[in-house]
Ligand binder design. Sequence first.
Ligand code: BDR
Ligand code: CA
Length: 328
Amino acid sequence: MPSAVLIDTDPGIDDAVALAVAARLPELELVGITTCHGNTDIARATRNAREVARRAGITAPVTSGAAAPLRRAAHPARETHGEEGLGFWLPDDAARPERDHAAQAIAEAAGANHRLTLICLGPLTNIARAIGEFDHVAQALGPVFIMGGTIGVRGTQTRWSEFNWWGDPEAVEVVLSAGLDIRLVPLDVTRRIVVPGDAVRVLREAGRTDDDARFWGDALGFYMDFHRGYEGLDGCVVNDPLAVILAADPSLATWREMHVGVSVSDDERRGAIVVAGDAGAPARVATGVRAEEVLALITQTVFAPWLSDALVRRGAEAAARWLEDHPQ
Ligand code: BDR
Ligand code: CA
């Protein structure tokens, strides 16, 4: 029987891929999507989640959430994800602000689905608020898969910190203290999931005649340009689909039991994972991943009309090379 899952997300290019993957995995029954500030502003994130849901045939409700972190200002990553949040893709309609109901939607889904699986792909603001505002949530939830943080790999925001945890470290603190069954999916494993440049170029070419190929080519083409310009990588790291895939099949990663905390400082450690013996929250942390198999699954679920497994699997080697050349 599939597990009921709710995805909290800030689409965002790799979030878009993650939603499309989730729609096609038989192990998961998507019961809701909540949106958060992060890669873009909340109105665009919500509009983008609806666009992906429409294209992927997702019928679960999309609920708009937090416009800003618990105690800090929002920092949309326009240089990484583009003006509208999905790279070169341009929407027909402007994004409109909506009421923030995400904490309530998470609480309702946790009440209605036994041991609801939560998959968190952006800053943790909505989850922290759901836990803080609704007493039953922490007890009711099943596993909580969190894409965030870095342990031994260079961060995306500072050398030590990854964007989602940097974005709202106080929310991370709330979530870590809530006694949840945490499955952490940090950059150490997500950076191994690279869609290679050759694959993105095929998508862009296919997009001349195919509307869905154009959508993905526009999104990933921008992301690829970002990675080439900032990191010298010919391809793009798609972090978020890995958290979705591990929720469906945890055996694709190796997991280590650890105690983790988060730094809420204002310096370059802001949002960094703190690992200190038995202090911090117990979590299962993904420390290794079968990257080629994950890339094959992403291809089969989203890109199969245009790309072959063999082509996309090559991204695993490009990722491993990049990691070797760029120590933390
Ligand atoms: C995370 O930050 C965003 O750029 C991605 O969507 C992902 O969730 C990776 O650091
Ligand atoms: Ca994200």
